[in-house]
Design a protein around this ligand. Sequence first.
Ligand SMILES: *Cc1c(COP(=O)(O)O)cnc(C)c1O
Length: 384
Amino acid sequence: MSTYARLPLTFSRGEGVYLFNTEGRRYLDGIAGIGVNGLGHAHPAVTAAIREQAGRLVHTSNLYRIAEQEALAASLTAVAGMESCFFGNSGAEANEAAIKLARLYGHQRGVEKPTVVVLEGAFHGRTLATLSATGNRKIQAGFEPLVSGFVRAPVDDIAAVEKIAAQNPDVVAVLAEPIQGEGGVRPLAPAYLQALRELCDRKQWLLMLDEVQTGNGRTGSYFHYQQLGFTPDVVTTAKGLGNGVPIGACLARGEAARVFAAGHHGSTYGGNPLVCSAASAVVDTILGEDLPARALARGEQIRDTLSNLLAGDERLVEIRGHGLMIGIELRADCGELVARALERGLLINVTAGNTLRLLPPLVISEAEAAELAEGVAALIQSLH
Ligand SMILES: *Cc1c(COP(=O)(O)O)cnc(C)c1O
């Protein structure tokens, strides 16, 4: 079906931060499959894990215990400071699990119409519940009726959430991305996130962070909240977790960790041996090679280079982000830059109309990061 406006380009092979098209031309991948290929393409540890597991056992179902799933859950909950974990196959499914968890938490506390606070500009996925939670009319239009049980607040406005708290006794949770990705790489103010944590504690709401894009080392720590000095009750992740195998996870701690019992939620494929072996190789590599620190350093390098090369440039509004999640907001819509970047052998992305987004592999070297930053600066300077 015609759900994608695809570029006229097909890749046949990848290696590290480079992709090669069917004609053998090389491209520097500044978007990594939309933040998925954190370890780059054809990473030997992931390839070996997939090969070994595929030759042994791909799938059994959640009717049985799955050793590979238990091992991944153990390392993820340990790194996240969480207690329990549910596996689905995508970011949207991870968020669906969180939304169902919040509703059940509400019902268990006698709330009849449990409601989740969500933010303007948010992106949580394309399923019916997650598009209803998303704060972008373009994604919702045509798919009404939306799923009820969400109330929307402007970002970085704690008074607005306090007001919702005073007026709506049915609120049971807040769901937010610590850095809005599709919304234009917009970090929420740390003080606001801290205030949300305190409000959730006071009201016994669940603080649920969507780290589908920010997680798995991208912003300079395994999860972004680890740089904020507090822990959410629920965190969801996907994208960089599998380096390309479809996997999503919803992790919880405290009371939230014990909300679901047998039969409350499920997935046929979720957490199968193949994807869990691949994801364990990803997590072990991220931690073993300290890729969050690398993301931090390379991100700083790219932002510094861009700031220097574009200093005083009329076209630039702002450079945002943390680590290797970088947004470059321009004064005008810049969708045309994606095709022009291809001519230069660069893969970039534009989000929210006027924000050039970079999500390169975390394994990017200093020289490759320089190539990316200089290429992007030259592209922006080529705009009229
Ligand atoms: C990509 C993304 C999703 C949706 O993930 P899918 O795997 O496409 O379902 C949800 N939340 C955030 C923050 C994302 O960036």
